[in-house]
Ligand binder design. Sequence first.
Ligand code: SF4
Ligand code: MG
Length: 309
Amino acid sequence: IFDVSKPWLNRVIERRKKAYLTAVSDVSFEIEEKTVYSLVGESGSGKSTIGKMLVGLLPPTEGSVEIRGVDLARETDAAKVDAVRADIQMIFQDPFASLNPRWRVRDIIVEPVAARGGETKGLAEKLLEQVGLSARDAGKFPHEFSGGQRQRICIARALASEPKLIVCDEPTSALDVSVQAQVLNLMSDLKDDLGLTYLFISHDLTVVQHISDRVGVLYLGRLVEEASPTELFDDPKHPYTQMLLEAAPKLDAFGRDVPPPKGEIPDPINPPTGCAFHPRCPLATDRCKAERPQMRGLRGAKVACHMAE
Ligand code: SF4
Ligand code: MG
């Protein structure tokens, strides 16, 4: 419980808000229909901010969010914006927080459709079976389900409005490892069956490895590398990607977790000059401190690093 009357805490909150709002710049990527694009980065890299902008939970302060040729930030024809928005849904990290505990599962699932005046009869039951639960579960409340089952309910709700693109923000990171694989498999099957497109947000490269067609690596609000998962794992070109891969969860001989990457993530409000990764980079030169590297093509990937060769 925070006491917001404390001035120091207000300063922290203000700082956080500002960091949040300035988290992303010059990020440009394309998601091909019926593929999975994954955005990977540590917390504070701006990946959730991008997801929220796509679904309209957060407007960009500058620039554009363009989907199927419609600039969601600037388009003045509300009908055009609504038509695009109707095709995008989001699944969040925490299935416990994103379901109203006082509502029955049926009402939770059909709510987005009911809100638009659509037909909801039998819809929840059909969707529950589609996500591997039972039609009988429609009358139950969220607390009667496990974490994995709740995430299935969230997926059912996202599917209710027949979206084309689903933004999945760390959809499995709050779940047990064994359950994670089941939920990922379900999402992968649904994608194939329904012709869905995913923007998959994760801090864990190993999670996205098997489901992605394309992976973008974010560092301090900028894309630093983009490649197919095979290219990224076999031939990582950016020193930060290499660091992430080395830090991927490993157990030592005693079964303990190997510690995460060395070095702190800098303050996103005042990112380092030049290449923002230079304070943590083993290859950094004077040029890196002065000049920001641009994204460029290299051996089938794209990378923003002066020394990538
Ligand atoms: Fe490291 Fe320089 Fe490449 Fe940045 S541009 S990742 S500091 S080598
Ligand atoms: Mg996040």
